[in-house]
Design a binder for this molecule. Structure first.
Ligand SMILES: [Zn+2]
Length: 860
């Protein structure tokens, strides 16, 4: 830690020594973006390439003492992920000190008020802005070189004020892999009919547009880097991610958000968001930028991506949205093509939140870049002018949230060590820890409200600055059901994304809210929990718990090594159907797999001779289409790889070629509409989706593929469909199944992204390792009924919605429509079977509580 005296000394040295003065920096030439890239980023038909951006930052770091470039590590595809810190050279020389101040202000528990006052006096506002979160929204990353150059080269008072008062953490490209893909795609289409069209596949190895749906679960490595900065190392006072939206409405959106509002943030957050947002909008109008709107389109209750989760970290989280050109190709827009028609923006006319409608004409990448640069600068400018207020508010929010948490209906949460799947619970604890939530662990048994909890249980106090985050992630949540969420005619104004993001419900983890609980004697979780399974050599084999998701990783690794595994098929002493029995004397391999997966290898007294069968790992293929790619497919790929399942990606060709049984036992169709799978898209939706794509990217398994798929199942194959893809199967296989929700208006039935209670038939191998009663995530989901017919006996419901009080968290309108209906149905078809999973068994690799329905379809 630096003392005040040392800081004073340093200041004197800096003032006396001309070498350190701004004059010298002014004379140091800073390479312009034009000189480095050979064009001005934002020019028509030009995009920067990530390696050139990285090289530019490298050059800038050599030329300027106002910048510090941090390489956080490799991206998913092995490119460098950068966080760039820009501030005055004096501030950059004292980062340790400012980090200590920032941490104290954003979590002031146990620190004297007088010390905090001193810190507010000395501290710097921490502001974070990210670009390129969605790689097809190219304006953000193209604005970065110019913005950086200005901050490093300008010598005026306004720039100096920003550098002196703000630590600006810039994420120049949130998804460099996607940026590289878009660059390649765009240049390959230049000059052709497809110029400016969307890329036919996902712009991230796994998750495409969902890069901003991972701020809570942090599944992606890019998310983990940003969480490290934003949630732990440098909690910002304001955060913005810079996006683009459709081409034919307003030119630019900036918060405040419209209604409804997600609860449990400090109210000051929403006022701050309005304050920053208004300054950004004001600066744009001042610069004669037309078409700026706020308080519309984007509600204050959204998904848990970065700009929408940060308010619950006490960070003023915002997004900007610019109208899109065709990547870097200009788009001409006629006045009559411009329209409103969304929340808070009923028609394309001037209103108080949209005072200067843009009148149409050419719309270019350069227009977007200009908007982003003004907006980025405005945020820094406001924070710099109000440094002390910004810091005092950061302190206020942290203190008030802590106080609210101490006084609420519940004051903390106990997470029992005894869980259906304790290893998944521990993985959840590690994710919460990465989010900067304070967690304590019990060293001994204890009891609350007559319930006994064993040592190793966890306690999370609500009396901490991130109270709002904890409430939203771990406590029952009900989406707003009021005038803000209904149309005049009674139909629903849909939530922006899921209606709940209750992590423990998604993961099947039990959490008990408690009041006035004393956790004295508990130890604070300082590092991620080390998850190492026990292994003691045994002559009679080992039992692996089939309730643990991670047992499937262990089984996959064991199969890869050729080790013999059986599966328990009936309940026996200490064993349940679905448990795995491992026979091997390769102690080194087993102990390594136990350590790697966290799964205990429990020594057996005797090897059972009956009630078991040999494990079969099915050969899996999963359909992958073009038309921009399917995120559900990408997430499933990610999940399969995470759990070490081998799989094949199937484009159209294997389907049209036929003989699918030769290489495959199981074929998965991720959630998708029938026309996307079959390729029977209307010309209009084709153009809407992708622009004019080259013919080879117009995918679809077509009639021939469907015929071969039917043959595949008849011959003994297993077909698995997620959510929406049930439809083409029901139609094409002529199944006796009806989706009871089809044709219902949203006033009759509505349920988007909610956890629902269901009964599970755990006697069926598909549900082995599951609890009898569980929660499933319902979103864009069907609910099935077997229609009367000749083959009723071929249909078996494995998961069924409860009869009443079905909703756990989220929003459910018209409960009676799904009561007792089938949520997962298994159909005998020829020698094979079809498994229609209506709920989201593996949604965004988040719903760990239901992964096993997929895993059991592969490992039998
Ligand atoms: Zn976006």
């Amino acid at each position: 830690m630096r003392s005040l005296y040392n800081r004073f000394q340093l200041l004197c040295i800096l003032l006396l020594c001309p070498l350190f003065s701004g004059l010298i920096i002014a004379d140091t030439p800073i390479t312009t973006p034009e000189a480095h890239f050979g064009f001005k980023p934002g020019s028509d038909q030009k995009l920067t390439l990530w390696k050139d951006v990285v090289a530019y930052f490298d050059t800038l770091q050599k030329e300027s003492d106002r910048i510090k470039v941090m390489n956080m590590g490799p991206t998913t595809m092995g490119n460098p992920f950068l966080v760039v810190l820009i501030s005055s050279s004096e501030n950059l020389a004292e980062l340790e000190w400012f980090q200590k101040i920032n941490k104290a202000i954003t979590d002031p528990r146990g620190i004297e008020k007088s010390v905090i006052e001193q810190y507010i006096c000395e501290g710097k506002a921490v502001i974070c802005q990210s670009y390129g979160l969605h790689s097809s929204e190219v304006g953000g990353p193209q604005s970065v070189p110019g913005l950086t150059y200005d901050l490093l080269s300008r010598q005026d008072a306004e720039t100096k004020r920003i550098l002196d008062n703000v630590l600006f953490f810039m994420i120049p490209d949130f998804n460099p892999d996607g940026g590289i893909m878009i660059h390649e795609w765009y240049h390959s289409t230049l000059g052709s009919d497809s110029e400016g069209s969307n890329m036919p596949w996902l712009y991230h190895k796994y998750i495409g547009h969902d890069t901003n749906r991972d701020g809570d679960f942090l599944n992606m490595v890019e998310s983990q880097y940003v969480a490290k900065i934003l949630y732990r190392d440098w909690p910002a006072q304001a955060y913005v991610d810079h996006h683009q939206m459709g081409s034919y409405g307003a030119r630019f959106f900036v918060p405040p958000y419209c209604e409804p509002l997600r609860p449990y943030a400090d109210p000051l957050i929403w006022r701050e968001i309005s304050w920053y947002g208004s300054h950004i909008a004001y600066k744009l109008e001042e610069n004669n930028i037309k078409g700026v709107i706020n308080s519309a389109m984007f509600p204050g209750w959204g998904h848990f991506g970065w700009h929408w989760i940060t308010p619950f970290h006490n960070i003023a989280g915002m997004l900007t949205e610019s109208a899109s050109s065709k990547l870097a190709t200009p788009l001409y827009i006629h006045p009559e093509q411009l329209s409103g028609g969304s929340r808070g923006f009923p028609e394309y006319k001037a209103q108080s939140t949209f005072p200067s409608p843009w009148e149409g004409g050419w719309w270019r990448l350069g227009d977007i870049v200009k908007q982003k640069q003004i907006a980025s600068w405005a945020l820094l400018d406001l924070a710099a002018r109000n440094r002390e207020t910004v810091l005092r508010n950061a302190y206020q929010k942290a203190i008030r949230q802590t106080e609210r948490g101490a006084k609420g209906d519940f004051t903390g949460l106990v997470i029992p060590a005894c869980q259906h799947d304790p290893l998944t619970m521990k993985r959840m604890i590690n994710t919460l820890h990465k989010s900067g939530i304070d967690i304590k662990m019990a060293k001994t048994d204890f009891s609350v409200n007559n319930k006994v909890y064993t040592a190793g249980s966890f306690f999370i106090s609500l009396a901490q600055p991130k109270m709002g985050l904890i409430r939203n992630l771990l406590m029952e949540t009900h989406y707003a059901d009021n005038d803000w969420t209904h149309d005049k005619n009674g139909s629903i104004l849909e939530p922006y994304d899921l209606s709940t993001h209750t992590m423990n419900e998604f993961m099947g983890v039990l959490v008990d809210p408690v009041k006035n609980f004393d956790s004295t004697g508990f130890i604070t979780v300082v590092n991620d929990l080390e998850l190492k399974g026990h292994f003691t050599p045994s002559a009679n084999g080992y039992l692996l718990d089939g309730k643990l998701n991670d047992s499937f990783v262990a089984v996959n690794l064991l199969i890869n090594k050729g080790i013999k595994i059986s599966r328990v098929t009936q309940a026996m002493k200490g064993m349940n159907p679905g448990d795995f029995i491992v026979e091997s004397s390769d102690n080194q391999a087993l102990s390594e797999i136990a350590a790697q997966t966290g799964v205990d290898f429990n020594p057996l007294a005797d090897l059972p001779q009956e009630g078991i069968h040999s494990v079969k790992r099915n050969r899996v293929g999963m359909y992958q289409r073009y038309w921009g790619g399917n995120m559900d497919e990408g997430w499933t790929r990610f999940l399969l790889e995470k759990f070490s399942f081998p799989y094949r990606t199937l484009r159209d060709e294997p389907f049209t070629k036929g003989n699918l049984n030769k290489d495959l036992d199981v074929i998965i169709f991720p959630s998708d509409s029938a026309d996307m799978i079959t390729g029977q898209l209307s010309e209009r939706s084709r153009r809407y989706l992708s622009g004019e794509l080259p013919a080879k990217y117009k995918s679809g398994i077509n009639k021939e593929g469907i015929k071969n798929l039917i043959e595949f199942v008849k011959n003994g194959g297993t077909l698995v469909t997620f959510a929406d893809s049930y439809k083409f199967v029901v139609d094409e296989f002529k199944l006796q199944i009806r989706n009871v929700l089809e044709g219902l208006g949203s006033d009759q039935f509505f349920c988007s992204g909610s956890t629902l209670k269901a009964d599970i038939d755990i006697s069926d191998p598909l549900a082995w390792g599951m609890p009898k009663k569980g929660l499933v995530l319902f979103t864009d989901s069907p609910a099935f009924m077997v229609s009367p017919g000749n083959r009723n006996e071929d249909y078996q419901t494995i998961v069924r919605y409860k009869d009443e009080n079905i909703l756990k968290s989220g929003w459910l309108v018209g409960e009676k429509n799904i009561a007792q209906k089938s949520a997962l149905i298994k159909v005998k078809f020829g020698k094979g079977k079809i498994i229609l999973i209506g709920f989201r068994t593996q949604h965004r690799a988040q719903t760990a509580g239901t992964f096993k329905f997929l895993f059991n379809a592969i490992i039998e």
